[in-house]
Design a protein around this ligand. Sequence first.
Ligand code: G6P
Ligand code: MN
Length: 448
Amino acid sequence: MKLTILGGGGFRVPLVYGALLGDHAEGRVSRVTLYDTDADRLTAVARVLDEQARDIPDAPPVVATTELDEALRGADFVFSAIRVGGLAGRAADERVALDLGVLGQETVGAGGIAYGLRTVPVAVELARRIARLAPHAWTINFTNPAGLVTEAMARHLGDRVIGICDSPVGLGRRIARTLGADPDRAWIDYAGLNHLGWVRGLYVDGRDELPRLLADPALLSSFEEGRLFGADLLASLGAVPNEYLHYYYFNREAVRAYQEAEQTRGAFLREQQEGFYARMRQPGTPALATWDRTRAEREATYMAENREVAGAGERAESDLESGGYEQVALALMRAIARNERTSLILDVRNRTALSCLDAEAVVEVPCLVDANGAHPVAVSPLPYDAAGLVTAVKAVERTVLEAAESRSRAAAVRAFALHPLVDSVVVARKLVDGYIAAHPQLAYLDRP
Ligand code: G6P
Ligand code: MN
C-alpha cells in the first residue's frame, strides 16, 4: 500500500508515521511519499521520520518530493493535510476578526470562513488531480476547515474522500473513561458538523451511560468538557458538546479573552514552528527529541484562553499525549485496506443520517467502515437548538463554496453575514475587505 501525504512537511506528519510504524500486519502501508510545496520543511520532517524508523526493521521507506503528479501516481491512500497561507495566514484570520470585535479562530466563525475561502480553490484543484492521477485512491482529508473542505473535494471525488478529526474521538474517550467504561467497547451517539457536534449518548452493553454522568456534578467536573462548559450547562443540555462549541456558548467571553491575549494561537504557533524548522536546519539537532518537545508545548497550551475563561485549570495528563488524530487515520486505512469492519466518527456525505440536512451535505457522524468506504449511520434527530446551529453553519459553508466557485465578493459577504457568530452585515463587509487586504490568495474574489 502506498500512502501519499499532501502537506508532508507539516508538523503532525510524525504522528501519522509513528502510528504506521506500529502496524506490522499484512496490507499495511509499505511506502510513504511526502509531498509539500516547501522543500525545506520536507527535509526537516523527513529527518524526524528517519529517526523514528531507526531500529524498526520493517519501517515503511519514505520519499519526499515537491512534484505533485509524481507524488500522486500509484497512491492507494492520499492524506491531505495542507495549510494554505501557512500559520501566518492563520494568524491573520484570527487578527482581522478580533480587531472587528468578532471571534478570530482557526476553524470557527469569521476566521474559519476566511480560511475556507483560501483553501477551497486549492483543495478542489487537488481533488481534480487525484481524480485524474489516482482515481482508485482513497483520500483522507485532515485539511481544515475539515467539513467544508471535504464537501468541496467530494464534489469531485464522491465518497472516495473522507474527512477526519480527532476531537470527537477524544471527547468520546474522555466520557468513557470518566464513566469507567472501555472506550473501545462503547457506542458513541455523536452528531453534527465538524467542530460542531454533540455526544447525546454513550452505550455500553446496550445501556446508555451518559445520563449517569449528566446527573453527577462531581463526575462532570472531573473531565475536560465538564470543566470547560460547567456541570450545570451540560446537565441542562442533556448532551456533551464538542469543545469547539465553547466558542458559541461562551462567545462573548471567548472573544474578549482572545482580544486580551498577548498573541493569537496562530501567532504563537507561527513563532514556535519557525523555531522548530530553524533548529532542524542546524546539523546535529536531535530531530525526534526536538519535535517531541515542541509537540508537548503545543498540546499543553491548546485552547488555553477558553480554559482560563472557564476556570478549567490545566489539561489532564492523558490529553497531552496525543493519540486521537493518527489513530483515527490508521484505523480508517486498516478498515478500508483489509476490510476490517469498524465504526468511526467521520466527515462524510450525509445521505440520510441527519434529517435536517440534504444528502450531499458533509456531516460528522458515526460511520461503519469497510473495504467499500465509510457508511454513515442514521442517528436520532438533533434537537432544534443543535439543528438550528448545524443548518445555519451548513448554509454558511455552502455560501463559501459558492463564493469560491463564482469568485463573487457579494457571496463572500453573505457567507460572513449569515454566520451566527458575526452579528452585523456591516462587520461582514469589513471582514471581506480586511481579509482580501491580508491574504493574496483571496484576490480571486474579483467579481461583484
Ligand atoms: C484539534 C482539531 C484540529 C485543529 C487543532 C488545532 O486537533 O481537531 O482540527 O487544527 O486542534 O490545534 P492547534 O494546536 O493547531 O491550535
Ligand atoms: Mn479537527
